[in-house]
Design a protein around this ligand. Structure first.
Ligand SMILES: Nc1ncnc2c1ncn2[C@@H]1O[C@H](COP(=O)(O)OP(=O)(O)OP(=O)(O)O)[C@@H](O)[C@H]1O
Length: 365
């Protein structure tokens, strides 16, 4: 009786290396999309991550796997392929696995459950704080309901440029006086019109900001998301190759219950973006003429307690100070001020974001 040859893991990988993932344009092994290979006789089981979960795409790629395994390993092979979405895998957000922005080390979304809690202010200060620490920073202002970044960075009258890269016409981001590269939905539509952007249109615009902008090498890309957790957000968050997310909240109960929804949105099974933490904005009021006083006008430690309950980091507690608003309106984020309580707290928050990424081993810088 002739002994059948054992199928090896190497052979399976070799066979699967003939299958190209159409979006990533790399073979399944090179793109690290195959895991948990188990072999028993002719039965070969493995988990396959797919970038595009549409039914026809899954079927095509599964058929291709079966075909190449039969051709290169054994005619008798019986493949059991468990298909899972790419986003369930923690390292799928590695820059080299991204089709777009592969030279961007971290893509971090800033969200808030509720409007007006200071999400854009916090994002602008984080961007400026990271630049102050010497990082290369880009910013996508995806707040379709009220793009405010051009004002906060004093580039309201600037427009993105055009450049040809590998025969493709791409946009170049606007560079702010403080060295943040940015694209805002506000550059393409006047704020009055932007309000009518909904669903597919908003998603398309965001996709263009990822795909059609020549960002170059960046350490951090921040995305200022629209407030809320509706369908638009789910689509936006799913489309973006996020390394992590930050949720901004104020300490009062009504903002906190929405912040909780914000955190849950990122933790949904099919989204699964690591939450870097919650930042509490307007934690306490500090009068300009009495900088040693603190008034907890929206309640004390609300977001801090929520972070504890949800088992996520508290990234910072930013005071409510008149000059934070003035600095934003003047196009020079408050973190760039000299030695003020607000600049210190904003810088501590920036450092905590960097530290959290390092701790979660997501840091490339
Ligand atoms: N810590 C703070 N101290 C003082 N003013 C602040 C602070 N945070 C935000 N503001 C001011 O509050 C207003 C709302 O802030 P911002 O636009 O950042 O909120 P938002 O959550 O992004 O709003 P939206 O929901 O419209 O996107 C702005 O005028 C801003 O300057």
């Amino acid at each position: 009786m002739s002994q059948k040859k054992m199928i090896t893991e190497e052979q399976v990988k070799e066979g699967l290396s003939y299958v190209i993932e159409p979006d990533l344009k790399k073979n399944l092994i090179e793109a690290n999309l195959v895991s948990d290979i188990k072999i028993e006789g002719n039965n070969v089981a493995f988990v396959l991550r797919v970038n595009n979960p549409a039914m026809h795409n899954r079927k095509r790629i599964v058929d291709a796997c079966e075909h190449y395994l039969k051709q290169h390993v054994s005619e008798d092979i019986d493949a059991h392929i468990e298909v899972k979405p790419l986003s369930e895998k923690p390292n799928d957000r590695e820059p080299e696995q991204r089709k777009h922005m592969s030279k961007v080390k971290h893509v971090v979304a800033v969200a808030s459950g509720k409007g007006g809690v200071g999400k854009s202010t916090v994002t602008a200060n984080l961007a400026a704080g990271l630049v102050k620490k010497g990082y290369k920073v880009g910013l996508i202002d995806a707040d379709i309901y009220g793009p405010s970044m051009p004002m906060m960075f004093d580039v309201v009258h600037d427009k993105p440029g055009v450049v040809e890269v590998d025969g493709r016409r791409m946009m170049t981001p606007v560079e702010s006086p403080w060295g943040v590269k940015m694209i805002s939905i506000g550059f393409f539509a006047d704020p009055e019109q932007a309000v009518v952007w909904r669903g597919p249109m908003a998603t398309k615009a965001l996709q263009q900001m990822f795909q059609d902008v020549h960002w170059g090498d960046l350490d951090y890309m921040l995305i200022d998301l629209p407030p809320g957790t509706g369908d638009v957000h789910l689509t936006l968050v799913n489309e973006a190759p996020l390394t992590g997310a930050i949720v901004v909240s104020t300490p009062q109960a009504v903002a906190l219950s929405d912040a909780k929804k914000g955190v849950s949105m990122f933790q949904l099974e099919n989204i699964n973006v690591p939450v870097l933490g919650i930042v509490e904005n307007m934690s306490y009021f500090v009068p300009e003429d009495a900088p040693d006083k603190r008034y907890h006008i929206f309640g004390k430690d609300g977001a801090k307690n929520l972070a504890e309950d949800l088992n996520v980091n508290l990234l910072g507690q930013i005071p409510l100070v008149q000059s934070i608003r003035e600095a934003s309106d003047a196009g020079r984020p408050a973190v760039l001020q000299g030695d003020t309580i607000q600049a210190r707290e904003l810088m501590k928050f920036t450092e905590e974001v960097v530290r959290t990424l390092q701790e979660k081993k997501m840091s490339k810088v």
